[in-house]
Ligand binder design. Structure first.
Ligand SMILES: [Zn+2]
Length: 275
């Protein structure tokens, strides 16, 4: 396994931010004939720096009070509004936010941002299919999520294409996990960084039979296989959305046809000379 350097991603720097840990009971996935078990996951989102531009890929669960997470979330969150204390980056510095899909652990961070909307100037990119799907279910949402929807209504930029490039980002609609789920690619100097959202939330989801929640299970399987094949072929760096310990990886295939994953040290090497 060859080592990965942040220089390979020049001119981008990518930071993984962990927004708390939670325990997850796999019986929620309703997988037939498989015993349920409890696994520990984290909520991760990513910050991308490209010169003076600062982008977020998802924004964590933040402080949103939710039904499904209130019993599971441990109070270790680093919501988006506290980013400043960790990175010196404030809401007003953000150039844009790309949302992979609209589950509460990916948009909950907006709940605390809403209090300082005057400082929030950046667009939020969401796929049109996702937006329409959520809007249709607005009346069934909890009040905090309704507030987030109302906030997003004022800032959302809808993406209608299946694949689009803008501001050095390549965004691809995959569906599967949710109707409008998207993955994000950043093409660096030698390598591509991929944020697969919940299409590949942890390294253990590399196994074909292991699936995350899927709104459309068949589409999820097809898109996940396509993603893994491209990641292997093009040696992508992957930033996971729910891996508690492995934040970045590249994949390799073992002789037994299993996958080898290699944890990288991207954050520690961010100040290396990229030349
Ligand atoms: Zn998620």
């Amino acid at each position: 396994m060859e080592p990965i350097s942040i220089c390979d991603l020049f001119p981008f720097s990518v930071f993984n931010i962990t927004d708390g840990f939670f325990s997850f009971n796999t019986k929620i996935l309703k997988l037939k004939k498989r015993p349920s078990r409890i696994v520990t996951l984290s909520v991760n989102y990513h910050l991308v720096k490209n010169g003076n531009e600062i982008w977020l890929l998802d924004c964590g669960i933040g402080s949103v009070p939710t039904e499904s997470f209130k019993r599971r979330k441990k109070p270790t969150a680093v919501p988006v509004d506290l980013l400043y204390h960790q990175t010196g980056i404030g809401i007003k510095d953000l150039s844009g936010i790309i949302i992979s899909h609209m589950h509460e652990d990916h948009i909950g961070g907006f709940y605390s941002l809403m209090n300082r909307e005057h400082a929030f100037k950046c667009p939020v990119f969401i796929h049109e299919k996702e937006w329409i799907f959520r809007k249709e279910r607005y009346s069934k949402m909890t009040d905090p999520l309704k507030k987030i929807m109302n906030f997003l209504e004022r800032h959302v930029c809808l993406i209608s294409e299946d694949r689009i490039k803008f501001n050095n980002f390549e965004v691809q609609w995959t569906g599967g996990h949710t109707p409008g789920h998207m993955i994000v690619l950043l093409h660096g100097k030698k390598r591509t960084f991929c944020y697969p959202g919940d299409l590949l939330p942890t390294s253990s989801h590399l196994r074909p039979e292991r699936i995350a929640y899927a709104w459309d299970r068949q589409k999820y399987r097809i898109e996940k296989e396509r993603l893994i094949n491209r990641a292997l072929e093009e040696k992508w760096i992957i930033g996971f959305s729910h891996a508690p310990y492995m934040k970045f990886t590249i994949l390799d295939k073992s002789e037994e046809n299993g996958y080898i994953v290699c944890q990288t040290k991207m954050q520690e090497t961010r100040n290396e000379n990229p030349s």
